[in-house]
Design a protein around this ligand. Structure first.
Ligand code: NAP
Length: 306
């Protein structure tokens, strides 16, 4: 039996594993996909100590660091349950039927991109509709694309897409952006970014692939943008399926509820990173790493006092 099983292979999971391993806790780090949301960051300029690094490179560094302490298992966890016989024990079942048992759990399961829910979105998903501008912009060299949203993901995505695309329409439902001013200044400096504000997308248009986007109000005399691609960047929902299976409580916004020791309402279960209610829902590498550090320390203290 492991002392701690950390579920999630993003910044929070890797950081928690480094700390639990240094506490000499028998640690299992498990998740379906390596890298998490960090892989989608084209440029990271706010990880202290490194002025500029690509998200995938930073994640690779995190992974190497975690691997220097133990194994990482890339299996999807499909079920988690309490082991009634062992007070505070948990059993995970992977998609391949194998199981693992742990005395404690840290959920670092991150989040999943939100969908708009408009006509054509599902039909053209993968045929011009994608949910990661920074990952997919490369495929739209000299093309015309729209990025939807007004947060960091959308504005950063528009800035990155503008480096390769001919024209980038940044479509946002308000006139103000919630993104970091750094990224807003970056897009404003790009002559090929066109701001389409106070409009919402109504329908993705296309034949075999995307050809355009219908808007809630005309822009430059037309209610349709002619496009090759649509990048939907309207935020993410926390991945709480597994915590819910254990009876973990959520906050009013649907995030895994944790206290300031990163403890959930279920004894022996902790959370860290984008899935949690912590850090005022401010999803950054730095906040994820900080929460994971606290979660690992809390697990260490919990096991030491049991
Ligand atoms: P977000 O901050 O929640 O922003 C989502 C954006 O999409 C908002 O502008 C929102 O509009 C808009 N939106 C939401 N639902 C919509 C709908 N149905 N139709 C049209 N527009 C819709 O999400 P995010 O940008 O993905 O960022 C999530 C977290 O990750 C944040 O904490 C962010 O700081 C962090 N992040 C950081 C970086 C970075 O540091 N470089 C990069 C990416 C993400 P309103 O503004 O009107 O609500």
């Amino acid at each position: 039996m492991f002392d701690v099983i950390i579920v999630g292979l993003g910044c929070a999971g890797y950081t928690a594993a480094v700390y639990t391993a240094r506490y000499k806790l028998k640690t299992l780090l498990v998740g379906a996909e390596e890298g998490g949301m960090g892989l989608t960051a084209a440029e990271v300029g706010n990880w202290p100590g490194i002025i500029d690094i690509k998200g995938p490179d930073l994640m690779e560094n995190f992974k190497k660091h975690a691997l220097s302490f133990g194994d990482i298992v890339t299996y999807e966890v499909v079920k988690i349950e309490k082991i009634e016989k062992i007070s505070g024990g948990f059993r995970l079942t992977y998609q391949n039927g194998k199981t693992a048992e742990g005395k404690t759990i840290i959920f670092a399961t991150g989040s999943e991109k939100r969908h708009l829910g408009i006509a054509g979105e599902v039909e053209f998903s993968g045929k011009g509709v994608t949910y990661c501008a920074t990952c997919d912009a490369f495929f739209y060299r000299n093309k015309t694309v729209a990025v939807i949203g007004g947060g960091d993901s959308a504005v950063e995505g528009a800035a990155i897409a503008a480096q390769v695309a001919k024209t980038v329409y940044l479509v946002h439902r308000r006139s103000e952006f919630r993104a970091e001013p750094y990224w807003v200044d970056r897009v404003k400096a790009r002559p090929n970014v066109v701001f389409v504000l106070e409009r919402t997308p109504l329908e993705v248009l296309g034949k075999e692939k995307v050809t355009g986007l219908k808007l809630s109000a005309p822009f430059n005399g037309s209610d349709t943008l002619t496009l090759d691609g649509v990048f939907i960047e309207i935020g993410s929902n926390p991945s709480v399926k597994l915590p819910l299976e254990l009876g973990c409580a959520l906050d009013e916004r649907g995030f895994l509820k944790v206290d300031d020791t990163m403890r959930t309402n279920v004894p022996g279960v902790y959370g860290a990173g984008d899935v949690t209610s912590a850090s005022n829902h401010f999803a950054q590498f730095t906040t994820a790493a900080g929460e994971a550090t606290v979660a690992a320390n809390s697990v260490f203290t919990y096991l030491a006092t049991k």
